[in-house]
Design a protein around this ligand. Structure first.
Ligand code: ADP
Length: 564
């Protein structure tokens, strides 16, 4: 059988737990706890006091009002009238043992009584509750004459509800912390998404992708713009081979060598090269990489890739326009030259015709007028000499006598012409192979040497135009010949010159092109000869080969032919 008082306490405890489970706010939970303690103990007043060891603060207080209602108040310092309680509170705080005063105690081992022989007017019970290391909380109950005796079973009940209260508070705090953390995580995620979006937008506008290469795994982690430039589907990490393999075949070897060298020396690298993407579209990219070391992932490179195709195309268009202008200039010069030839030659030729006809007329007379016929024949000879002199003068102009020769880095001149024509070669789908290997500078006029090179390359481009179904190749190389000369070779796998002999090609006005002038090779040969070299054409298997020599800067001998 359970005694009535005990049953009432149990019921009060059950109600207390039900109420606590319904509370959703820390303040409410504490108020419920203090109110329940008041009911269970049938006390006059209950205070939940917290202390840091020195100061005491009434966190919550419940007491009966004159109208027999429970009034709850929160957070106030200990009042002066409550000073007498301080000793009891300090004793509990220090000993961690309940104190029971003003009532005969039941079990001496569980409580202490009358600290410092203080005799209160009413029964008092002071129970230590919890201690988080910094603050300790104590439940202080004050009875009155109607209050049943405070006993140790009451202490146990209060400690049980207190434990439940603590759990509830912890639970609420955890939930609040969790909610705060979740909202912080959401905020950070949102900010990161916004940042990523902005970065992607900036990268798209500047056509700049970012990347990170992990040396150990040989994989690349890159931004969406990087994948867009390379036109491959975006992935978390991709084997670097996937990108490297898209390097244009002509740039592949130099790019690999440059990358290996930079990585081996742990150096920054900056490269510009072509890539072939999609259905064979060629793009120009600039890549810059900086070495980095990470404790977890090991050696890495981070960098950017910039799509510079538009810029390069604009440059090529500019070069094409310049080349067109130069060609127009050449044509107009040729036109002027042709007009001056006509003008200079016309007079002596008309003189020759008139005098020859006159001569014939004197000879046809009977008897023939030999003296007059001889005069006419002399005038024919005079006019013919004049015509020959005009031709000699023109030849001197064409052979560029009067050029200023200086040391010329032939390989550099070759590379410059190749660079200028690269755009046109790309558009014509011609693969240019450069093999410059001249050991020393030559003596000559850089502009004129480049004019010869450009002419020969353009002729090869024209000859490659009809080639379909096989790769169009054009090779420009330089080498040393007999130690005194540099020999430059321009070779193509174009249509060739058919039944025409190589020497025919160099004849003035010889052309097989609908809009050709037939003067290019003639002018080239005269330039090369004016430099002390020779220019020849040949067929080599299926290739057309043009070769010319130029004397090295310290050469004294002459070249009279090129061995094939
Ligand atoms: P044009 O280019 O105005 O015809 P050129 O003197 O430069 O004048 O060339 C003369 C001719 O030589 C060309 O019309 C062409 O028939 C031939 N020729 C020149 N280069 C080549 C080449 N690489 N392959 C085949 N034929 C060529």
């Amino acid at each position: 059988m359970i005694a009535d008082g005990h049953r009432a306490r149990l019921l009060a405890m059950v109600r207390a737990s039900q109420q606590l489970s319904r509370n959703s706010d820390e303040k409410e939970v504490i108020a419920t706890f203090v109110r329940c303690a008041l009911s269970i103990a049938a006390a006059h007043c209950v205070r939940l006091v917290s202390t840091d060891g020195e100061c005491f603060l009434v966190e919550c207080e419940a007491r009966w009002s004159p109208d027999d209602e429970i009034v709850v108040s929160h957070r106030r310092p200990l009042a002066e009238s409550e000073d007498s309680f301080k000793t009891i509170l300090q004793t509990v705080s220090l000993t961690d043992m309940p104190v029971l005063l003003g009532t005969p105690f039941i079990d001496q081992t569980e409580v202490q009584a009358s600290p410092r022989a203080y005799v209160p007017e009413r029964p008092l019970l002071c129970v230590p509750l919890f201690d988080d290391g910094r603050r300790r909380e104590i439940l202080f109950l004050e009875g009155n004459r109607h209050t049943p005796q405070f006993d140790t079973s009451l202490i146990a009940c209060l400690q049980i509800i207190s434990a439940q209260t603590i759990m509830k508070l912890e639970n609420l705090r955890f939930r609040t912390r969790d909610a705060v953390e979740s909202s912080m995580i959401e905020e950070v995620k949102f900010a990161m998404r916004a940042h990523e979006k902005e970065l992607a937008h900036t990268q798209r506008m500047s056509q700049t992708g970012s990347w990170r290469w992990y040396a150990g795994a040989d994989t690349v982690e890159a931004s969406p713009e990087f994948f867009r430039i390379y036109e491959i589907p975006s992935e978390q990490r991709v084997p670097s081979k996937k990108f490297i393999d898209l390097t244009h075949p002509d740039d592949s070897a130099p790019v690999r060598v440059a990358l290996h060298k930079a990585i081996a020396a742990h150096r920054v690298f900056k490269l510009e090269f072509r890539i072939t993407v999609g259905f064979g579209e060629i793009k120009y990219v600039q890549i810059e990489g900086h070495p980095q070391v990470d404790d977890i992932e090991g050696a890495q490179y981070v960098g950017v890739v910039v799509d510079v195709t538009e810029r390069r195309n604009a440059e090529s268009a500019l070069q094409a326009a310049r080349a067109e202008l130069a060609r127009a200039h050449r044509l107009s010069t040729m036109g002027e030259m042709a007009a001056s030839i006509v003008h200079e030659i016309y007079q002596p030729l008309t003189g020759i015709i008139t005098n020859a006809e006159t001569c014939l007329r004197w000879l046809s007379k009977s008897p023939a007028e030999i003296g007059r016929a001889s005069d006419s024949a002399r005038r024919v000879a005079r006019d013919a000499r004049r015509a020959a002199e005009v031709f000699r003068g023109l030849r001197a102009v064409a052979s560029n006598s009067g050029i200023v020769k200086v040391p010329v880095d032939l390989d550099d001149a070759i590379r410059e012409v190749a660079f200028l024509l690269q755009g046109e070669l790309d558009r014509a789908n011609i693969r240019l192979r450069l093999q410059p290997d001249a050991p020393r500078p030559v003596l000559g006029d850089r502009t004129q040497i480049q004019q010869v090179l450009e002419n020969l390359i353009r002729n090869s481009m024209d000859a490659l135009q009809p080639v379909v179904g096989t790769q169009r190749f054009l090779t420009v190389s330089s080498a040393s010949y007999d130690d005194a000369f540099a020999v430059v070779t321009v070779q193509d796998n174009g249509c060739g010159f058919g039944e025409h002999s190589p020497e025919e090609l160099f004849e003035a006005l010889f052309t097989t092109k609908p809009n050709g002038m037939g003067m290019g090779l003639k002018v080239c040969r005269s330039i090369v000869e004016a430099h002390g070299g020779v220019l020849q054409a040949n067929r080599n298997d299926d290739d057309t080969v043009f070769q010319f020599t130029l004397p090295f800067i310290d050469s004294t001998s002459g070249a009279d032919g090129i061995r094939s």
